[in-house]
Design a protein. Sequence first.
Length: 319
Amino acid sequence: MPVLLDGAMATELSARGFDLRAPLFSARALLDAPELVAEIHWDYLRAGAQVLTTNSFGLHASTLAVAGLGERQRELALRSVELVELARRRALEGDRSLARFRVAGSIPPRPLNDQDCAEPDLARAEYRSLAAQLVGAGVDLILLETFTRVSEAKLALEGLAEIAVPVWLAVVAGMPQQRVSRPDGTRLIGGDSFDELAELTRASGEHRVPDALLINCTQIDAIPAALDSLIASVGPGRPLGSSPHLGKRRYDGVWVDRIVEPEVFAEQIHAWMHSRPALDLAGACCGSTPAYIAAMKRWLQPDELARERAFVRLAELVP
């Protein structure tokens, strides 16, 4: 039974009036609008999410340094977890069944520059630092999300070699094609193949083998090919899933944030997962709202027995 993840944070902050500005973007809300972050977590939990993701996407040391906050990574990582845990407190005061969720510590790719390829040790240290702060703050798992290149994912996994909690890796698929509106879902957006990605699942003393693999922040019409490629390359036995984004460029080049409504989206996710029983995890990315997660709950966990089975599966994945 699929485990239900949460939805987007940054686009939901923007939809509720928060100004996303570089370099911190959504992470700036930890400082300027913590109550809004907490409310979004709570709304996703009430909608049915069984895994809530920290708003830590902008907390790499190099990003904080650009923002003049280089000494505050530990403080902000702790705050990102505390704002999720506020949802647990609210649940325990009311519907205690909601309090069984897991907390995923979000870590994105580093902001790249020309020196990155020449400094792999620094890259590993940056991933290790943020992961250690999030684990110390109490997350149940680390979610490496929106990785577009296998080489960068490998650096992150090398940095997390000693991390004790489960590590999930989410990559962006859909390599752009010239004069074709539908991206190539059989490759990562950076051009790497899923066979190259699958090499990261082989046992190695150099890097942490990811405990689960997901397709995230990927255009909806590229998802079926991406999932089929992922399943074929990775093989059986490893938890897999997806969290598509909801946007697409229109024929005239204008970006549309949401090309499908919640029920249509949830029905499509259900169809993909029903035809691919290897999939364990389902969520949504940019453009999604709690309404999308609520619709997914109705389709993927239509009754209490189905939801309970999903919680059992979650306990297996994240003890």
